[in-house]
Each structure stands twice: as structure tokens, then as C-alpha cells.
Design a protein around this ligand. Sequence first.
Ligand code: SAM
Ligand code: SF4
Ligand code: SF4
Length: 454
Amino acid sequence: MNQLQLSSDFNYLNNRSTDRGYVVAKNGAVSVVNSDAMDLLTSSDRSWISDPDYGPFLERAIEARWLVDGPFPRAATVRTIERRIHLRRVQYEVNLFCNLECAHCYCLASPTASQGLSTEFAKDLIRQAAELGTLHFDITGGEPMLRKDIFELVEEIVGQGMIPSIFTNATTITAEKAQRLKALGLAAVQTSLDARSPELHDEFRGSKGAFERAVRGIRELKAAGIPVSVTTCLNKRNAHELPEIVRFLREDLEVPYRLDRVINAGRGLEHDSPIALTNDEFYRLLRSLLKERPDAVTKKVCDSVNLAATEVIEPGCGVGAWYMFIKHDGRAAICPTMTEAESAAFVAADLRSMSLAEAWESHPTFNLFRGVQCENTSVCPTGKACRGGCRSNAYLIEGRVDAPDELHCNLQKNGGDDYVPFIAEYERRRVVGELPNRPNVPRFGAARRLRVIG
Ligand SMILES: C[S@@+](CC[C@H](N)C(=O)[O-])C[C@H]1O[C@@H](n2cnc3c(N)ncnc32)[C@H](O)[C@@H]1O
Ligand code: SF4
Ligand code: SF4
């Protein structure tokens, strides 16, 4: 038993300021442990292993394969930080350059757009993120696989003890590239398919053959053993193909998938008639997939005011809590679609002239939006499941960063076929005192282009 040592398949991050430690597995899984547990795991004094008081913890550590029988060619990585505000995920848009030119692209990527900043800038950013205790470092774009230094960047992220993922359109992935990424330790790929019929996908993505190339790329990634998930951005043009898209992703490609919708941003705003679905249209579209939900609670839109919980429910994506988006030109934002392009309120932090730590901990925009959340989460019966929905959706439609995301209200609480105007209902309850007054949070002018819910 005394031969037990930390598995070299994991990284350990101890954050002394928050009494939280993280065990980060190579496959991208993260377990949260408290600092006591972390201290035991990482201590060079192993006498606790034979102490019966620690028996249950030891069993857990062995079962989770945190502790395994040695010897290992290399040691596990242990990092210690002291950060009260922990930046856990960074997403870096390494370029805007792209071989496609999609009809909805929020960042306006194209074959003539920016190639991004230098390799040195990117590597320095990666090192700074590791110093802040970042766990996940995602590379997105534009099309990141078109950067010549993409393998170097993945290697740097792994070398710094973080979990790398790539967001790619997968059209340029070959067997050789997939195997190389796997060998470097790439934990996951997120890619996009927006139709079942190749013609429609190609038209939407602005390139003939994009569908076949993406499907080939996905198969190569899977063959190399890299977990791939597919996002489908539903919109007015592909909505009719939904059942076929789902069947194809489930049965032919056998990949996990996420049905998202086009957000009204970037090129999505440039069409004569909007391609984005309204909340109402999106809800009705997904309705057939949601039929089997006995737990939907349309009538119960809030819990008693007295239940106003003190528990903090952070947004699932981490916006305002533990997430940062870095644009191709080095400017940092709270979210890919809450940037200066959406509103002057989201002033960017320029990482070419300030450190990542300074931007994250002190920049006015990160300070202002720290803790941003749907104003109802603490009294909402599905607040924990919904985690406040999407702040960007809420902002772009309602013009308030703390507005409920009415689409998610419907996805969580509506058991019927018709879309429910929950926001009007919350307002009514607020007037009669069934919902607490709004906390005093900053409010901003209307978003660049508001859409009215039908
Ligand atoms: C900007 S792309 C970058 C990675 C890669 N080029 C790709 O397309 O997968 C990241 C993801 O954002 C999605 N996306 C782009 N514009 C969007 C919009 N207006 N609303 C919602 N998702 C969008 C894309 O479909 C893709 O899944
Ligand atoms: S969504 Fe992705 S593939 Fe499409 S133009 Fe934007 S960056 Fe390129
Ligand atoms: S977005 Fe809607 S469902 Fe989600 S927490 Fe807010 S009120 Fe509840």
C-alpha cells in the first residue's frame, strides 16, 4: 500500500483561497475535492495511508484512480494557486480566418479575415492562464485547424497542465492530423453540422463539399479516439430537417450532439429577413423531442418568496463566474456574443497591454458583470437545472443582462404545446408581491437589434 502514488494521468490543482482542489483527468473529467483531501493526496508524507480513520477516503482515491501503484516514468503535476476569483475556463479565438463563410457566423469569419496574433502571444496567454489555475483551455476561431502552429499550441496547453479542446468545422481534419492531436493529448473536439442534406449544409456554410469533408473529419477524429461532439445551430433554413439531423447524428455518426439555435449576432444579422428562430419557433420545434417530460411545471413559475435561497447558482457556461472569451485581436470579453460589437457596455480588456490576471481580476467589465445571472434563479423551481439559461440570449432579446432567458423558462417549465410568455407572468407576480423585487443590478440600453417575441 505504501507504494501508492499520484497517478501521472492526472493533474492536481490546489486553490488555497477557495478551499477547493481539482483533480484533472487527461480525458477532460474534473473532480472537485476540498483542500484537506488535496493536501493528503499531494503530501510527501504517506503515513496517513495506513491510518484506519482515512480508510473511506483512501478507498475513494484508489477507486477513482487518483492513487495507483507505481512506479511511473514521470510524476503527476501538482499546481497550487491562491485565487479568490478562479478563472476556470478560457476560450481563445486564435483567428478569424476560415475556409468557410457561414450564413450565421457571429464572428464574421471568412477566407479573407484576420489570421490572429503571433504564436508567442498565444503561448504567453496559455502560460498566464495556467498561472491563474485555468483548467480548460479551448481553442476556437475562425477555423483554428488552419493555423500553422495549432499542434504547438495544443502541446503548450497540455504541457502547462490544462485540458485542451478545439472547436473546428472539421473539414480539414485528416487521419494523420487526428492521430497527431490525440498523441499530443487533445481531450475533445466540438464541431458543427447544420443540416442532414449536404446541399443545405454546404449552402449555409458557404462552401460546396463542406458536409462531406466535415463528416469525413468527424469519422477520423473518432477513429483516432478523440471524443467529438456536434453542435447543430437550428434556424429558419434548416428547421424542417430536424428529425433527420437528429437521426443522422445518433445513428450514423453515433456522436453526442447539442441542438442550439442561431443567436442574432455577427453575420446572422446581415440577412434581409432574419434567419434566427424566435424563442417561440424554437420551443415549438423542440417540442416533439421534449414530449416525454412528466416533470414540466408550467403552473409553478416560482417558489415562495420566503424560500429565496442564499445558494449561488452560477450560469452553466460560466459567464461572469469562471469563464473568459479572448478575441482574435487579443481583446477579452465575458462571452463570445456579449462583446463591444453587441453593446458599448461590454468594453473589452486589451490583453496586448494588460496581463490576464489584471483583466480578469480588475478590469471594469469583468468586475461589472461578475455574478451576472437571471434575476429569478433563487426562487425558480427549475433554477438549478436551468442555471439561468443563456445570458446572451436573454440580453439580445430583452435588453437586460439579468433578464430571464424565456426560451429556457419554456424548455424547463412548459409542459404544453404552446409557448408561454413567462416574463409577463413574472412581472405580474412581482406586482402582487409573489416574487421579490429585483436586486439592484446594472441595467443597460437596448441591445443593438432587439427582436420581439411573437
Ligand atoms: C464560431 S465557430 C468556430 C469553430 C469552427 N469554425 C466551427 O464552425 O465549428 C464556433 C461555433 O459557433 C457557432 N456559431 C457561429 N455563429 C453563431 C451564431 N450566430 N449563433 C449561434 N452559434 C453560432 C458555430 O456554428 C460553431 O458551432
Ligand atoms: S461558424 Fe465556424 S466555420 Fe463557419 S464561418 Fe464561422 S468560424 Fe468559419
Ligand atoms: S431563465 Fe427561467 S427557468 Fe431559468 S432560472 Fe431564470 S426564470 Fe428559471
